[in-house]
Design a protein around this ligand. Sequence first.
Ligand SMILES: Cc1cc2nc3c(=O)[nH]c(=O)nc-3n(C[C@H](O)[C@H](O)[C@H](O)COP(=O)(O)OP(=O)(O)OC[C@H]3O[C@@H](n4cnc5c(N)ncnc54)[C@H](O)[C@@H]3O)c2cc1C
Ligand code: SF4
Length: 474
Amino acid sequence: MANSDAFLVYPRQEFRARPVAERLQDYHEIYQHVEPGTLMQQGERCLDCGIPYCHVACPLGNYIPAWNSLVAEGDWQRACAQVHADNNFPEFTGHLCPALCEGSCTLGLNFAPVSIRMLELEAVERGFAEGWIKPQPPRFLTGKRVAVVGSGPAGLAAAQQLRRMGHEVTVFERDDRPGGLLRYGIPDFKLEKQILDRRLAQLEAEGVLFRTGVHVGVDLEAEQLCCNFDAVLLAGGAQQPRDLAVEGRELKGVHFAMEFLSQQNRRGAGDSIEPAYELTARGKRVLVIGGGDTGADCVGTSLRQGALAVTSFELLPQPPIQRSADNPWPEWPRVQRPSSSHEEGGERRYCVLTQRLLGNAQGHVEAVEAVEVRWVADDQGGKRMEVVPDSQFTLPCDLVLLAMGFTGPVRGGLLEQLGVGLNERGALATNAQKMTSRPGVFAAGDMSRGQSLVVWAIAEGRAAAEGINQFLAG
Ligand SMILES: Cc1cc2nc3c(=O)[nH]c(=O)nc-3n(C[C@H](O)[C@H](O)[C@H](O)COP(=O)(O)OP(=O)(O)OC[C@H]3O[C@@H](n4cnc5c(N)ncnc54)[C@H](O)[C@@H]3O)c2cc1C
Ligand code: SF4
């Protein structure tokens, strides 16, 4: 490392966001590029500590100190190669990853961690700008055929790895465009879709075949895939939404978050929405139930659409600002991390339990009834929820978005036809090679892990590709 005291001289640099008033006018990327000199200083901050906990914490096993050092030296081309060494899509993680690595950075013990994700993103962006990222078609073909069901980050990572290993790979996707939740879930202001298209063009140039608009298990019998391909990878995600079992759930104006988010993605792609299905927050008082990534994305989208007011309910308490004593380094810090959307506006209420949705004479939602709760210690060393007496309140609302997570892969069709076994979390059970209970059928990403993160989906896709390659090699 060029300057071992750099962390004493240069403070950590955060991503610089565009002003809220400006970014609420559009759906473009929130963050701005950072100038190369600042990035090099940020790379210099790495201690090169010898035991890189950051590398262990990253699900991809990215060797982070190597790219920190290359950025510090201004060797962007090798830094770009390094961010690709264990990750097919560092621009997806550079935009979307919560940076599990930074929670374990050794500097984080006494100082602010290295801005690892920022360096990852800038290295890959420099690579695209300079034309260093090129298709890498296979040098030989094995004659083996693999079907990948689902084109989210897990399916795409597996497809690219398998193609580079020389197999013929066909990706089946039920949507009209590939990308999974990167396309029809995550808002454009978090990931502009040309970033996805740019990478898809690379996969196509390498020879990955895409068949969109094919719902396997509905339009195409799953058994047919098993007959026509040497191996099948199931990477269909975990998009079964958790429902809200309260009175008034059936009222008009109550929707799953994904209906709302995917429609905005389609508008952004230039699609027209049939007026009967048009779903917008414009001029409405929006209630978002659920405080995770999906809820935050509903807040940012509602504010951009021109909502009158946006309130989020979260059942759990507000996390602490700093690590608590039972959450020491190098564990992932369970602290408050306001999303860019929450910085943009809306009210966030913690420890709130929704009890009832109230409708008007036309059967449209007009208010919610809720109570406050508190979390108290139980006999098993955990926490249990208790309703706070006399805390009931009513809040007017015209649009309710349910963002309470996902219960697992969508059942029926594909999974039933293949008869694959599930694990205790309701996702597909797999062995160490990512093979399901059915020989030759593999699973990766949210479909085998439950709803998780992009970084895990890529890691699982890569692991499944290794498993399939071994299986095909006999
Ligand atoms: C709103 C939202 C915001 C998120 N934000 C973040 C974030 O900021 N950072 C982060 O790390 N993670 C985020 N996540 C989680 C992340 O998007 C997922 O963990 C990741 O996309 C999972 O990838 P996957 O490839 O396993 O599945 P998916 O991305 O869900 O893709 C699965 C694909 O399979 C297709 N499919 C399913 N069944 C079939 C079938 N039978 N036939 C054909 N095609 C099929 C689906 O149409 C879909 O395109 C977010 C999730 C949501 C919902
Ligand atoms: S993928 Fe995520 S955890 Fe891994 S290095 Fe990048 S930001 Fe860190």
